[in-house]
Design a protein around this ligand. Structure first.
Ligand SMILES: Cc1cc2nc3c(=O)[nH]c(=O)nc-3n(C[C@H](O)[C@H](O)[C@H](O)COP(=O)(O)OP(=O)(O)OC[C@H]3O[C@@H](n4cnc5c(N)ncnc54)[C@H](O)[C@@H]3O)c2cc1C
Length: 332
């Protein structure tokens, strides 16, 4: 029988398919090949009409079947309704693997599903593979980020959540002939234990800025003080970038947690990542190592950040950054 990988196609409040779905769909093509060409299917729980509206995007992401459960009561997100819909589909199609984005919604839904199905869930994975026995090998940091653990799950489906930006979406279309399979789920008897009453907008939207930034100039303890971070900002402004920070810089009060990059912060994949005064601890590099090009500026030639950097400046960021600012003005 053909094996199945199911991916949760999260719908945002604005009724878009969350980008993490496309990243997972791309990774799933690779996993599917190792599972003797397993089917890659999507689970879409949404208000009416979205499966048809987004069909082209599913086709291009290499999805074989879209299991669409549509009902206007699915908006806004309601834990109990979504749990019931997801459980019914999973019980019916019995996927080997179920992948979910580690977003707020995914983090709410995934453990409820794994608990109900008595299966394991590896949360916040940074790597997914299929081992020689055909099992999902889900890798994630453990023991406070000191070790990377590859976790196997004995029960089905093998579940994992993955943060946005850990994998890349497909660069070219993965076109397949995609079928939409509509499913009706009776929500009338579902007790609502949790209800979203109101949304509060964040005042500072730096998170989205980091998400979409093509250039990030990030600072760590080596940037020492607010003048150091101002230098980063001046340089970032000159080259059309935004500022990011290590956790130590956040703890020193030099930057807000919103712009922390790493295991307990954001995962970013800009075209260019410039790490200034950052040593390159694994908990930091986990959040930025997939950047296209990495430049490191550090006084210590042995700093681990140089191991993943494409270009390195060994020297004082307080001397190098002002020179780069002058240089960038000349190239305007
Ligand atoms: C559970 C857990 C989760 C964590 N999550 C995160 C996370 O999400 N993100 C994160 O970043 N960290 C995280 N950490 C912390 C992480 O382990 C490191 O402590 C942290 O990344 C180090 O920050 P840093 O590189 O700024 O500081 P340091 O490691 O102290 O490095 C400072 C660097 O600056 C250099 N330097 C000093 N002066 C200059 C100068 N003038 N010019 C140039 N270079 C200079 C030094 O040579 C040094 O390499 C986590 C830790 C744990 C245990």
């Amino acid at each position: 029988m053909t094996k199945k990988i199911l991916i949760y196609a999260e719908v945002t409040r604005e009724n878009y398919i969350h980008t993490v779905f496309f990243e997972l769909a791309n990774k799933a093509q690779e996993l599917a090949e190792k599972l003797n060409n397993a089917e890659v299917n999507a689970l879409l729980i949404s208000k009416s009409g979205l499966a048809e509206e987004y069909k082209e995007a599913f086709v291009n992401s290499g999805i074989n079947k879209i299991y669409a459960v549509e009902d206007d009561r699915f908006q806004p997100y309601c834990t109990d309704y979504y749990q019931k819909a997801a459980l019914e589909i999973i019980k019916e199609i019995k996927p080997e693997i179920f992948l979910i984005g580690a977003t707020n919604q995914g983090r709410d839904l995934a453990p409820r599903i794994s608990t109900a199905l008595h299966t394991g869930l590896t949360a916040d994975c940074t790597g997914l593979d299929i081992n020689e026995k055909g099992q999902l090998a889900a890798t994630r940091p453990t023991f406070g980020g000191q070790l990377m653990a590859t976790i196997l799950c004995k029960n089905m489906p093998q579940m994992a959540t993955v943060r946005p930006k850990v994998f890349k979406p497909a660069e070219k279309d993965n076109k397949k002939s995609t079928e939409i399979i509509y499913k009706n789920i009776n929500l009338d008897d579902v007790p609502k234990h949790v209800e979203i009453i109101e949304f509060h907008k964040k005042l500072q939207n730096t998170i989205n800025e980091l998400d979409s930034a093509e250039i990030i100039v990030a600072g760590g303890r080596g940037m020492k003080n607010s003048e150091g971070f101002q230098l980063l900002k001046d340089f970032a402004d000159k080259i059309g970038g935004v500022v990011g920070a290590s956790r130590v810089a956040v703890e020193m009060g030099l930057a807000s947690h919103d712009i922390q990059i790493g295991q307990t912060g954001k995962t970013v994949t800009p075209k260019l990542y410039i790490a200034c005064g950052i040593s390159g601890a694994i908990q930091h590099t986990i959040g930025m190592k997939n950047s296209n090009k990495i430049i490191a500026i550090n006084t210590d030639a042995k700093a681990p950040i140089f191991e993943i950097a494409d270009y390195g400046y060994i020297g004082d960021a307080f001397e190098i950054l002002p020179e780069l600012i002058i240089l960038s003005e000349q190239f305007k």
